[in-house]
Write a protein that binds this ligand. Sequence first.
Ligand code: GLC
Length: 557
Amino acid sequence: MDWSKEMGLRNVSSTCSLSEMDDCGLSRLLDKPRLNIERQRSFDERSLSELSIGLTRGGYDNYETTYSPGGRSGFDTPASSARNSFEPHPMVAEAWEALRRSLVYFRGQPVGTIAAYDHASEEVLNYDQVFVRDFVPSALAFLMNGEPEIIKNFLLKTLQLQGWEKRIDRFKLGEGAMPASFKVLHDPVRKKDTIIADFGESAIGRVAPVDSGFWWIILLRAYTKSTGDLSLAETPECQKGMRLILTLCLSEGFDTFPTLLCADGCSMIDRRMGIYGYPIEIQALFFMALRCALSMLKHDVEGKECIERIVKRLHALSYHIRSYFWLDFQQLNDIYRYKTEEYSHTAVNKFNVIPDSIPEWVFDFMPARGGYFIGNVSPARMDFRWFCLGNCIAILSSLATPEQSMAIMDLIEARWDELVGEMPLKIAYPAIESHEWRIVTGCDPKNTRWSYHNGGSWPVLLWLLTAACIKTGRPQIARRAIDLAETRLLKDSWPEYYDGKLGRFIGKQARKYQTWSIAGYLVAKMMLEDPSHLGMISLEEDKQMKPLIKRSSSWTC
Ligand code: GLC
């Protein structure tokens, strides 16, 4: 069945192809969304009912926020101060101001937010660019505040960039690759704005961002879900954009695993940190993007083929990650007792993991109750480190079963000092040190122990924790983390990250006024105040995970 018909919408056709999409075409697409109020209401109801399902399962009983069904963010800024009976935290207004300062304009239209607005820093590097991943919390904040135009502009601008030919030296990148970042250049003399984009050819280490395309799809769904404006996702350009991104990941090759093989540094952790292989961050985002695309792809000839491949892959991917990446006390004990060198289909220790390779710290770290998805699984190698983003996305996308989601929250509570400490939240745990640090990071002075990507604490992760907490019905955990952030973030001028075992020190080379630290805080606050926002970034469990998922159930799930 046609998706638009099913949603009771007129079919918007576009005659403009991606290569022809000039600025005139772009401005047509940038027309204000003609929101159908009726339809928007039904979307709200839908997200609310979804939310209540999640909360019932996750323990709605102990849920005690100012939850008000139908309470949607107002259209004024900041929404939270306009709507609530209690006084908003003074940081909220400051954060909105800083977020607006970070807006980047292209020919008069806001198209994104700069990574950091830190004038004090001597080195700008590429922090003056709009990063795709960094823009996600900004986008969510604007959507929650009823300002979807910026997100629409961003989605269309990056889609245009995807159409560029991408080369690194003499090598051409896949058509679907999305940039890590882009920069708007203003020529005051000729009064012209131009864009330069980085697909990895300028990035430190020259790695292409695997996460950018996934975030793009996830954001397209968030926009659609929050505005009820289906016409954007339906355009041939967006449909093609999604297909191109997924074609890169769904192609057949030599792989024996359904997970995606990645280079080190291809995600939020964008430099060598030993995450090469099958990092959980990418696998969870891959899963979420597949599910989001499934809900937005049309059932036309090209769409159908893509949908079939997605459904098969989702099936294999969820099985693989839920079984082999999962670690709890029982599983750890099983691995500890593994036999090695088993051959054939009957092998228990399928990847031939040698128990001696289990690091000492994990035996103390693992609580009796709780568990998590480990960092990486490949032949004879399990990276037992905890990675925050991958685990939160696993909860939000329902890659984690409800039991696994609960166990992840249990672990965060049981290991609060290690994973949250004095400043939420650790990007990875634990840090690698000494000889291992030398080998794994290549002696990276930025990634020394308990700093930056190597066990540093990143305030941006607060929004992901908050969303996961709401979904699992445990908002009190998020509140505790937000309280911690509020003691320091503004005073410290919104650092990019904190250092130290407990995250007590402003990061050695952390930028100030880091946009995603600001936006992450705002999103966390707004979601906690109005949990109905969760719907735009969360997917309910698909109980069947049958080979054939019906269109109607796939949108709402
Ligand atoms: C750092 C981070 C990366 C982020 C970029 C811009 O390189 O590791 O995740 O996108 O800064 O803020």
